[in-house]
Design a protein around this ligand. Structure first.
Ligand code: LLP
Length: 480
């Protein structure tokens, strides 16, 4: 198969073993069984596909729990060495469901939400409201009221206008609401680079040079209790230096505010990166935690400040690597293009279950999941079933040259921002989410049916179309 294509991502090389599972991409439980099938959480891909259908979001519960625990311990031990303590919030925007909320809270994490809908999930899953942080750059008055009424542990004030809104809501409710102030440190980071400017051109937070003034304004409200500053510098960041730079900038404003009264906390957000392809190698979370804490300790020492209590909000690094999406291959095409031909492998999902490739040009990896193959690696592009040429799941990956209709493909590292960014584009129902652990599987979010989608369209006549026949057969994950 010709593969002299000029747009192969740097870092993608033909693997020695096209069936091999690169460890940093897969849940620790992933391996191939004697029949060559991919096994995750003790269940093989063919069994999962037969029971629940494809596309299928599979989440390895032990992997998610293990990552939550490891992240908490990494920050706790770095904080203890610095003489302080830390709260690690799970950023629910990455993937929020009742089951996942229970796993992470059982592993000692608090929960960060950013809409009324996310708040409802966290409360519905029984999270102690005092362990919920509420974000958002444009919270509605109803959302603010709901968060105050629920008794959330902190509301992150994102703009000047919101100070009065939250203060008024708390006063009306007869509560003293704990708040943080989100500032924009001018540091923006992605992967292993960060950009540090005076002001960052984005919608979140207030500029750092107004932090002291607005913090004082918050303190002027009887109904508000000022916890400290908050900053989130970006996402999918592999190393500590961007966080460290941002923390030291924040500490200047923290020091100014501390001159008037103690500032108990500093929240440095989330954004820790994960490996999506073999070319990605994020620093271990323990090293990142130590790197950030070192910068905080140095900044505090320089200014003669006590080290504040810290908070972090990782989402992707907890749940991303716990997720694997299974697809069934439908068609294969070899399309002649300049310099060779592109092999298109079409699967039964696409940008509706993983928008990240289309949205961010994100790179993913894939493996044949229902069998191994002795065929040579062939450079392939995995695409979905949507009416859009940008409907790409995996831009470039070496798959066995004999990959064909009916084969199962698995895409690793899909636990974060895939289900949560999913859509019904082209009236495609969302797949179910199945949690696997020690050989058992449980549907944690049921799949949608075409009837679910039609039920909200008030312009439809009762129809003779058998919707069950136009969709896929009912499965355990998507009952009819
Ligand atoms: N805290 C705040 C205030 C945030 O805005 C975010 C993410 C997080 C925590 C969690 O960041 P994480 O640890 O998951 O990187 N949809 C994009 C990512 C958007 C992140 C938005 N904010 C993607 O799929 O790459």
């Amino acid at each position: 198969m010709a593969s002299a294509l000029s747009d192969v991502p740097s870092g993608l090389v033909a693997p020695d073993d096209v069936n091999g599972l690169v460890p940093q991409l897969w849940p620790e439980s992933a391996h191939r069984d004697a029949a060559g099938r991919l096994v995750v959480g003790g269940l093989d891909a063919a069994t999962l596909a037969a029971r629940f259908g494809t596309p299928l979001y599979v989440v390895d519960e032990d992997e998610a729990r293990g990552r939550a625990r490891r992240t908490r311990l990494a920050f706790e031990s770095a904080a203890a060495a610095a003489g302080t303590d830390v709260t690690v919030y799970y950023a629910g925007k990455a993937f929020l469901s009742g089951a996942v909320v229970r796993w992470v809270t059982e592993e000692g994490l608090a929960v960060d939400v950013c809409t009324g809908g996310e708040l409802a999930v966290a409360l519905g899953a029984g999270v102690d409201p005092a362990r919920i942080g509420f974000h958002g750059n444009n919270k509605s008055l109803a959302e603010i009221d709901a968060a105050v009424a629920a008794g959330v542990g902190a509301i992150v004030i994102d703009s000047e206008i919101e100070i009065e809104r939250v203060a008024a809501a708390a006063a009306r409710a007869g509560r003293r609401q704990r708040v943080r102030l989100r500032v924009n440190s001018g540091v923006h980071a992605s992967t292993h680079e960060f950009l540090a400017t005076a002001h960052e051109d984005q919608k979140f937070g207030v500029s750092l040079d107004r932090a002291a003034e607005l913090g004082a304004r918050i303190r002027g409200h009887e109904s508000l209790e000022f916890l400290g500053l908050h900053c989130h510098i970006g996402s999918q960041i592999f190393e500590a230096p961007g966080f460290a730079e941002s923390a030291s900038r924040l500490l200047a404003a923290h020091a100014e505010l501390s001159a008037a009264a103690p500032v108990p906390e500093l929240n440095l957000g989330g954004g820790f990166g994960i490996a999506y392809t073999a070319a990605d190698s994020p620093q271990p979370i323990e090293d990142i935690a130590r790197g950030i804490l070192d910068a905080v300790v140095a900044g505090c020492r320089e200014r003669g400040l006590p080290v504040p209590k810290l908070a972090f909000e990782p989402g992707r690094s907890i749940i991303g690597p716990a997720g694997v999406t299974l697809y069934t291959v439908g068609t294969i095409k070899a399309v002649p293009i300049d310099g060779g031909e592109r092999r298109y492998v079409s699967v039964d999902g696409g940008m509706s279950d993983n928008a990240r490739t289309a949205l961010y040009e994100a790179q993913y990896s894939a493996r044949l999941a229902s069998r191994t193959s002795a065929a040579a690696p062939a450079l392939s592009r995995v695409v979905g079933k949507h009416c859009e040429s940008g409907d790409i799941v995996v831009d470039a990956e070496y798959l066995p040259a004999d990959t064909g209709p009916g084969d199962l493909l698995a895409v690793p590292a899909t636990g974060a921002y895939c289900w949560s960014l999913s859509s019904n584009y082209n009236h495609v129902p969302r797949p179910p989410v199945v949690a696997v652990r020690e050989g058992s599987a449980r549907v944690i979010v049921r799949g949608e049916t075409i009837d679910d989608l039609l039920a909200r369209d008030l312009g439809l006549e009762p129809t003779a179309i058998d919707t069950a026949a136009t969709g896929d057969a009912a499965t355990e994950g998507t009952p009819a």
